[in-house]
Design a protein around this ligand. Structure first.
Ligand code: ZN
Length: 391
């Protein structure tokens, strides 16, 4: 038994936790945690982080609140379903009411298109509260690039599971079977199908499984924050089934050598002059000076589509959008009938001096604020952060 570190202060939020021998309130107050997904699990995770006085939270979600969310979301109210209210924005408001000492912000958007890698780099731990494989794959790849531990949770009916992925030790992509990989590859090829099957793949969830699994995820996050690495669920998965009260703990697939997730950006070069709202011409000029190479150019993470052709009517259209941004609505505008196939007939993989649209912003080319871009200069690859977006 250890004596409390500080004198009892009835107005201190975390005094009770400090009575736990290993608890370090200072570490928890300084911790930065990213929560991806503000659904049933995300609500529970955010609530727990706020109650534990975790200092800085960033919540990422693109969705709005619907009436059906209320039965599983402790932070949402009936009035939030009137009009368009984003889950992440409302969650931020409620967490601020719950514990004003917590610094919390949101990004209304999707991973990876709307969230720069530099955002992940600044976090101590990432918590995934997701309901589909593709989003998990994106979080896994971003966490590997930024060398961050992430805690995955999943729920279904009265059951759920938790595991911790840490680059070099365990990996979500490695744990996927052959058919899962093929399905994901197919989804990556057709962004719109991906979106549709995400919706089809929805499973029934309960606030009970969300409470239990969300609590376990935050428990793992607290261990990461304290550096209790030997106690973490790395390389293991806990499966909980509520009907029969079964807790099963088993080993996850060992890491493979041929996995596309295993790529860590190192070293990262911070360039404060770079921002996602600069034009490509401005950005290239900065990079040429930075690397003293007149040929320096940016390699895009995602193809930038510049031309599409309708298959039957053979009409060619000029567009400028990253592949992941293509959705049903965009495609429908070009189709002569709803089933007409659209073919990509021109696209860019790099932003260099010959790129014809020099006056568009990096953001328009699919690069989110505070991203870390791959720059080819002096014959090698560099990892350059748009550090001007930090605020
Ligand atoms: Zn892997």
């Amino acid at each position: 038994m250890q004596t409390p570190k500080r004198k009892f202060d009835p107005r201190s939020w975390d005094h009770t936790f400090e009575l736990i021998s290993w608890w370090d309130a200072e570490k928890v107050r300084k911790a930065k945690v990213i929560v991806v997904g503000a659904g049933a699990l995300g609500n529970e995770v955010l609530k727990n982080l706020a109650l534990l006085n975790v200092g800085e939270i960033l919540v990422i979600d693109f969705d709005t609140i619907e009436y059906s969310n209320l039965s599983r979301s402790v932070l949402f109210r009936e009035r939030d379903t009137e009009g368009e209210n984003y889950k992440a924005q409302i969650a931020v408001q409620r967490i601020r009411e719950m514990n004003p000492q917590v610094k919390i912000d949101s990004i209304i958007g999707k991973i990876p298109h709307d969230v720069g890698l530099g955002v992940f780099r600044r976090a101590d731990v990432v918590i995934g509260c997701l309901d589909n494989r593709l989003a998990r794959l994106f979080v896994n790849r971003m966490c590997h690039k930024a060398n961050k531990t992430w805690i995955d949770g999943g729920i279904q009916n009265l059951a759920g599971q938790v595991t911790v992925y840490r680059p070099g030790k365990s990996c979500y992509e490695c744990s996927l079977g052959t058919s899962d990989r093929q399905f994901i590859q197919f989804q990556l090829g057709c962004p719109d199908i991906a979106r549709r099957s995400m919706e089809l793949g929805r499973v029934p969830t309960t606030p009970l499984a969300a409470s239990i699994i969300g609590a376990m995820q935050v428990q793992e996050a607290i261990k990461v924050i304290h550096g209790n690495d030997d106690k973490l669920l790395v390389g293991e998965r806990v499966y909980y089934e509520g009907m029969n009260n079964d807790f099963i703990r088993f080993k996850t697939t060992p890491i493979r050598t041929d996995c596309l997730s295993h790529f860590t950006y190192d070293p990262i070069i911070e360039v404060p002059a770079l921002r996602a709202d600069l034009t490509i011409a401005q950005s290239l000029e900065i990079l040429r000076k930075q690397f003293d190479d007149p040929e320096a150019y940016i390699e895009l993470d995602e193809e930038l589509i510049s031309e599409i052709t309708t298959k039957e009517t053979e009409q060619t259209h000029h567009v400028l959008a990253p592949k992941g941004a293509f959705n049903d609505q965009m495609i429908a505008a070009f189709q002569s009938h709803p089933n007409e196939e659209i073919v990509i007939t021109d696209s860019f993989g790099e932003l260099h001096a010959d790129f014809p649209h020099q006056d568009i912003s990096l953001k328009k080319a699919g690069i989110p604020p505070l991203h870390i871009v791959r720059v080819r200069a002096n014959g090698r690859l560099h990892f350059v952060e748009l550090s001007g977006d930090e605020e």
